[in-house]
Design a binder for this molecule. Structure first.
Ligand SMILES: [Zn+2]
Length: 460
């Protein structure tokens, strides 16, 4: 059984009505309902047009749905693609002043389109819905999706840089991951156009894949619509968690009175981390630091090539020291011990991921920093299964939980990873740092030394 509804254009109403009557539809008498224009039945299938031009169907015969969608121009364009795998990309929270922007990618097989369509085709992604609504849809979809990733872009970076340039880089990274996974099959990449730049366009044109970058792709392509729904669900979840902690934030939109009222409570612009201050005050943005030091065509610098320049001693350093004074963290040159400002931002943009050793987790270094200095805001933390097992103490579990909590409010990204070839944990961490192109963070001297011989950038 399929239930769906659309708002229909005036021109399509007569086309629909004649189609249904041609199919031997029987028209009901609807004298006593002021909201209905007409109701037509074909056997057990019901078609209702409301006075506000909403067209509702409740049908058992699938072929009728296809015909109707053709007539009203609502059939998703994915059906016409000549491809095996469709990759859809979308983001939410770009316009809102509160909360991280959430990006989502998904991979689906073209031959599962119809099943996905039945679950999600009629969901209105523009409408604001309760968390439970998106959750139920996402749960049914999860069986049909081949791969999926969510990424947050934090307000602190949106305040600093041009949002579209940030999106270019984040999408390049997400595309590359999926492309590597499916490039033995024919791929179509579809991105809801946010005003994408040259960086992204040059990158996707280098791939062996059909690429569609279109506005309103979330209406026209099912794969993008799915990505949009999943991103919405994640953002709704994060906003809900923030509301629990910070009270009535409203929707996070600047035209929402509750949001404005909530923002007014803060004096001297001392806002919490999830407020995009550039949306309130007009601050000039910096150019996104596309490097001429590194090759950056894929939106990533190879971890073996990455270094940071210390302007105090003039060295290019391949590891950095995390210092702490009165619960405030800083990053220092491994040679001269001077603070290097914005080292975290360089690491975030060029690499983005940090793989954690157990000693970092157990000492709560990440959550302590996120609670104070926030050098690690925005990173993707990779936690290897065996490392997680090493944190199996009461304190370790609590520390893992705190990290997970920062992920749930959108402050960081978190991935749990495994490796099939098990060596000892240290060697595996090095392999994984190379495989995932991640910075290694450890307090363990032998592991650090080993990683440095492999040219892996470390935080110690
Ligand atoms: Zn130095």
């Amino acid at each position: 059984m399929i239930r769906k509804s659309w708002i229909i254009k005036e021109d399509d109403i007569n086309k629909l009505r004649s189609f249904l009557l041609e199919k031997h539809g029987k028209e009901d008498l609807i004298d006593n309902d002021p909201n209905i224009k007409w109701r037509i039945r074909i056997n057990n299938n019901i078609f209702i047009l409301y006075k506000n031009n909403k067209f509702y169907i409740d049908i058992k015969d699938n072929s009728l749905l296809e015909d109707i969608e053709y007539i009203i121009g609502k059939r998703f364009k994915d059906y016409n693609l000549n491809t095996e795998i469709i990759l859809g990309f979308d983001e939410v929270g770009k316009g809102e002043v509160l909360g991280a922007m959430v990006l989502c990618d998904i991979a689906i097989e073209k031959n599962r389109l119809k099943e996905i369509d039945n679950i999600i085709g009629s969901a209105n992604t523009k409408e604001r819905r309760e968390f439970g609504y998106w959750k139920s849809i996402a749960t049914s979809l999860s069986q049909l999706i081949k791969a999926q990733e969510l990424k947050n872009i934090q307000p602190i970076f949106i305040d600093k840089y041009n949002v579209n340039e940030l999106l270019d880089v984040y999408y390049m990274r997400m595309i590359r991951k999926l492309y590597d996974k499916f490039n033995d099959r024919t791929i179509t990449i579809i991105i809801d156009d946010y005003n994408s730049g040259k960086l992204l366009k040059d990158y996707v044109s280098s791939l062996k894949a059909e690429v569609i970058i279109e506005q309103k792709a979330d209406d026209n392509y099912l794969a993008v619509k799915v990505a949009s729904v999943i991103a919405k669900r994640a953002r709704a979840n994060a906003m809900e968690k923030l509301r629990e902690e910070y009270g009535n934030l409203g929707s996070g939109n600047l035209n929402d009175n509750a949001t404005i009222k909530w923002l007014e409570e803060f004096k001297n612009n001392e806002y919490p981390w999830f407020v995009k201050q550039s949306y309130i005050q007009n601050k000039p943005k910096e150019r996104f630091p596309v490097s001429n030091r590194f090759s950056f065509e894929n939106g990533l610098v190879n971890i073996k090539d990455f270094y940071i320049f210390c302007s105090s001693c003039g060295n290019n350093i391949r590891s950095i020291k995390l210092g702490t004074i009165h619960k405030c963290y800083d990053m220092r040159c491994i040679h001269c011990n001077k603070i290097i400002k914005d080292a975290n931002i360089e690491m975030l943009y060029y690499i983005g991921s940090i793989i954690l050793d157990a000693n970092i987790i157990i000492h709560s270094i990440i959550s302590n920093d996120l609670n104070s200095t926030r050098l690690f805001e925005g990173f993707t933390f990779l936690i290897y299964k065996k490392v997680e097992d090493e944190c199996n103490s009461q304190g370790g579990k609590a520390a893992l939980e705190r990290i997970a909590n920062y992920k749930s409010i959108g402050m960081i990204n978190l991935e749990h990873i495994e490796d099939s070839i098990y060596k000892n944990t240290d060697d595996t961490l090095i392999d994984l740092a190379l495989k995932y192109n991640a910075i290694l963070m450890t307090k363990d001297k032998p592991l650090y030394n080993k990683a440095q011989t492999q040219n892996i950038f470390c935080i110690v």
